[in-house]
Design a protein around this ligand. Structure first.
Ligand code: URA
Length: 196
C-alpha cells in the first residue's frame, strides 16, 4: 500500500509539472511560473487574474502594489494571509504588458487551477476580480452587480466574488458604501462562512 501524499506534496508535484509548461505563448515570455502562495491547508482559496511584473520576477502571486493592498485588507479583517488563504491565479504566467489573459490561455491553464482546487478542497472559493469571476460564472457577468453574492461551485463549495485590488487602488475612499468598504464587508462574511 502506497503512502498517502499530503496536500503540499501533491501541490509540489503539480507545480513541478507546471514549471515546464509550454502549452501557450505565455510560456515563452515568462521569467517565473507564479503557482501559489499561502497554505495548502487553508479553508479559503482565492483566485486572481494573472501575474504582473512583480509576481513574474518573484514567482509569488499578489506581491506588487495590488497584492500589498489585498494583504492589508485581509489582515485588517483579522486574517493571516499565510495561514488562512491559498492564493493563485487563473493563469500561471504573466501576459505581456499585463493584458487580460485570452480565453485560450485560460483554457490551456485551467487544468492546473482545477487540480489546485481539488487538492486544497477549500470551504470557500473567492473569485477576485472580473477575469476570475468570468472563468467560473460566465462571460456576461458585471463585477459591480455580483460582488458579495454567493454561489455554489463544483460539489457544493461556497464561492463569492470580490473586487480586484487593482480596482481598489484607483478608488481610495474607505467611506461606508465605497468599494474598499464593501470589500471589507465581503471579507468579514467570508470569515464567517469559512469558519462554520
Ligand atoms: N493581480 C492578479 O490578479 N494576480 C496577481 O498575482 C497579481 C496581481
Amino acid at each position: 500500500m502506497g503512502l498517502r501524499m499530503t496536500k503540499q506534496n501533491q501541490l509540489d508535484k503539480l507545480k513541478q509539472e507546471c514549471n515546464s509548461c509550454q502549452k501557450c505563448v505565455l510560456g515563452s515570455t515568462r521569467n517565473n511560473i507564479v503557482f501559489s502562495d499561502g497554505s495548502a491547508e487553508a479553508k479559503i482559496l482565492l483566485i486572481g487574474e494573472a501575474p504582473g511584473a512583480d509576481e513574474d520576477a518573484t514567482g509569488t502571486p499578489f506581491v506588487g502594489r495590488a497584492g500589498k493592498l489585498l494583504t492589508k485588507l485581509i489582515e485588517d479583517c483579522g486574517f493571516s494571509r499565510k495561514d488562512d488563504f491559498y492564493i493563485c491565479n487563473t493563469v500561471k504566467c504573466r501576459p505581456p504588458e499585463n493584458r487580460v489573459p485570452t480565453n485560450e490561455e485560460k483554457a490551456l491553464c485551467e487544468k492546473y487551477l482545477l487540480e489546485q482546487i481539488k487538492i486544497v478542497n477549500p470551504k470557500v472559493i473567492v473569485l477576485c476580480g472580473a477575469t476570475s469571476a468570468k472563468s467560473f460564472l460566465g462571460d456576461k457577468i458585471k463585477i459591480s452587480q455580483i460582488r458579495g453574492q454567493w454561489y455554489k461551485l463544483f460539489d457544493g463549495i461556497d464561492a463569492t466574488v470580490i473586487f480586484h485590488p487593482s480596482y481598489l487602488l484607483r478608488n481610495h475612499s474607505e467611506a461606508e458604501g465605497s468599494p474598499r468598504w464593501l470589500t471589507k464587508q465581503d471579507l468579514y462574511k467570508i470569515k464567517k462562512i469559512s469558519s462554520r
